[in-house]
Design a protein around this ligand. Sequence first.
Ligand code: ZN
Length: 307
Amino acid sequence: MVEKHHDPFVAGIEAGGTKFVCAVGNGPENLNRKEFPTENPAEVLANVTQWLGEQQRIRGKLEAIGIGSFGPLDLDERSQTYGYITSTPKPGWKNVDLVGAIRMAFPGLPVGVDTDENAAALGEYRWGNARGLQDFVYVTLGTGIGGGGMSGGRLIHGLVHPEMGHMLLPRISGDTFAGVCPYHGACWEGLCSGPAIRERTGLPAEDLPSEHELWVIETQYIAHAVANILYVLSPQRIIIGGSVAKAGQLGSVRFFGMIRRKLETALNNYISSSAVQEAMDSFVVPPLQGDNAGILGGIALAQMCID
Ligand code: ZN
């Protein structure tokens, strides 16, 4: 393949709750990736830095490293704990200095960090379904639920960073599930994440039969959440990725179809825009880069440090 651009050669790290994905390269056509399970922090970080060091020796000097991480994260550059994972319920990961560990292993290299959601959003902005958009949201439905994106062409931050997965949703009549969020019980993540599906049914999302009633409940909650996001941020598009959004035996096509229909019902023609009134199929979409959106976002975050 002919190299079409001269984007810098960098490393990306997608720090997820179940696995760390690392890659070196400069875009989707030049990406070497490796995964490590998210065990204890010292072990994972040693694996990651060792692999990146090897890649650097084999493939050439890295110009920067970009990290998209699960959180909550401290992204305030003036803070003593900048780049730390903060109040996560994930055992062993509270107050881990993620950026510091990478900086220590690669002294002098610029390191960029953002939430895993903003990283995936950036990956889709550079190489996927958010190209050319200034206002969009990326939601992950997986082990956790979270959202990031851009507002006015800038990645959304704020007091800390958005925590869309913990929004409260109206109870669907007849659904008495207590929820699995250790902080809020029945928030969006508590009701609809992968662990919530397993707790509700005894099955992981990928094994849930396509006719299971939970898909109806699940897509109804998602449609409410997407409507709330639309009302609050007015994005031009909402991209939904993650393991739950693959929807196992139901399949992604039917899953997205159900969300779009329920979203139309929830909006009830209140938002006067052809994007939702006539082009719903391209308003709520899966990521073009699929499972690579997040790691490509890490690559893009690294490249942004150089510019
Ligand atoms: Zn919650």
